[in-house]
Design a protein around this ligand. Structure first.
Ligand code: NAD
Ligand code: K
Ligand code: MN
Length: 363
């Protein structure tokens, strides 16, 4: 590669403020990566209101035909039904077959934040089905009351491939821990572990299929013999994550549970503004901060850019640029641990721009 074509889709709200931060950091890497070329692309609620399409065909075409990867900001989807509108991020994950949403959640000691625990887990969320297929109907009973129904789709194919992704990540993390240099060892002393999150005590058919499919991945090969497999019902998963987050390594979950537990895990490590993700398929990767468009703070230049910056690092490492990605993460960690430049979500007074400048200075 001589250049890296990255589709940039800021979409709405603070997505427009945090994506430029990621861009500045990527630009600052210089010759460590192929020269990045950023292609601005439209999508979002604002775009829908302007031109009638939340995800223009041109955006999909450019992503498919011209880009090596992409970054997505956040979309302001309304909570009520709007004719003709549907979430562009959900649609993009479908169009590009980005079947996994990989969300590393790890704690860094930040001055002023009380963290009595350590957390270094990866939530692997299935990204294409479950309730997010959005097959909902509403009808009226004879007595005039209403009934709304949603279809929840779980397939063995999607569950197996997300299961495989989870075991591969656990394998890689195990190898990385073994290879960690002295002084940088992980506190994790056990074997690599995959926790299957489900609720098949109640939803024995749908969650039962998810559970069985993920289990079959480990059971079908010796490759994952060194990885422990355990299960946690989703409600007690939330409880245990808050009580003892250090016990988790990789957690794999159907779409909705994965969405919910990762927002919860973000609270553990200090802020939603810290947690990155990638939407990954077999042929494409799109970085995206876990947070939404945060209308309560938009337009003030106080959104935490770190989730977005870390998402760019995740994209780089999944494209094989592991060293430059590690450099970004080290710069981010240094800024957090120093504690001079923190946005208000972490108790600081710095702006988005100041935190980004601080990261750039430490690159
Ligand atoms: P949100 O993630 O936007 O915000 C939740 C809280 O976290 C808010 O108080 C917000 O200020 C704070 N926060 C989030 N990111 C932050 C950051 N980078 N820095 C500092 N504080 C941050 O969730 P919400 O309020 O439930 O949803 C708002 C909108 O975002 C809705 O329209 C929703 O549909 C959308 N949303 C989009 C995505 C996405 O783009 N994938 C994900 C979640 C929500
Ligand atoms: K987002
Ligand atoms: Mn979410």
């Amino acid at each position: 590669r001589t250049s890296l074509k990255i589709g940039m889709i800021p979409a709405d709200g603070i997505g427009k403020e945090v994506l430029p931060a990621a861009q500045r950091v990527l630009e600052a890497l210089g010759s460590a990566i192929p020269k990045p070329e950023f292609i601005p692309l439209l999508a979002g609620w604002g775009e829908f209101n302007k031109n009638g399409k939340a995800l223009p065909e041109e955006t999909i075409r450019v992503l498919k035909e011209e880009c090596d990867s992409a970054m997505f900001g956040s979309v302001s989807s309304p909570s009520h039904k709007v004719a003709g509108y549907s979430s562009p991020i959900v649609a993009l994950r479908k169009h590009l077959d980005l079947y996994a949403n990989v969300r590393p959640v790890s704690s860094v000691p930040i001055p002023g934040q009380q963290q009595s625990f350590k957390c270094d887990m990866v939530i692997v969320r299935e990204n294409t089905e479950c309730l997010y297929i959005k097959q909902e109907t509403i009808s009226t009973n004879p007595d005039g009351s209403k009934i709304a129904l949603a279809t929840r789709q779980i397939t063995s194919r999607a569950s197996e491939r997300i299961g495989k992704m989870a075991f591969e990540i656990a394998l890689r993390r195990g190898q990385e821990r073994l290879a960690a240099p002295k002084g940088k060892e992980s506190w994790w002393k056990g074997e690599p572990k995959v926790t299957i999150v489900h609720k098949s005590n109640v939803l024995s058919v749908t969650d039962g299929l998810f559970r069985e499919s993920v289990r079959s991945i480990k059971e079908g090969t010796d490759r994952y013999a060194g990885i422990k497999m355990e299960e946690q019902l989703v409600d007690s998963m939330v409880y245990r994550m808050f009580r003892e987050p250090e016990i988790f390594d990789v957690a794999v979950a159907p779409n909705l549970y994965g969405d919910i537990i990762s927002d919860g895990a973000a609270a553990l490590v200090g802020s939603l503004g810290l947690v990155p993700s990638i939407n990954a398929g077999d042929n494409f990767v799109m970085g995206e901060p876990v947070h939404g468009s945060a209308p309560d703070i938009e337009g003030k230049n106080i959104a935490n850019p770190i989730a977005s910056i870390r998402s760019a690092a995740l994209v780089l490492s999944s494209l094989g640029y592991v060293e430059p990605a590690a450099k970004i993460n080290a710069a981010v960690d240094a800024v957090l641990m120093e504690g001079t430049y923190l946005t208000p979500d972490l108790g600081g007074k710095s702006t988005t721009t100041e935190v980004t400048d601080a990261v750039l200075k430490r690159l």
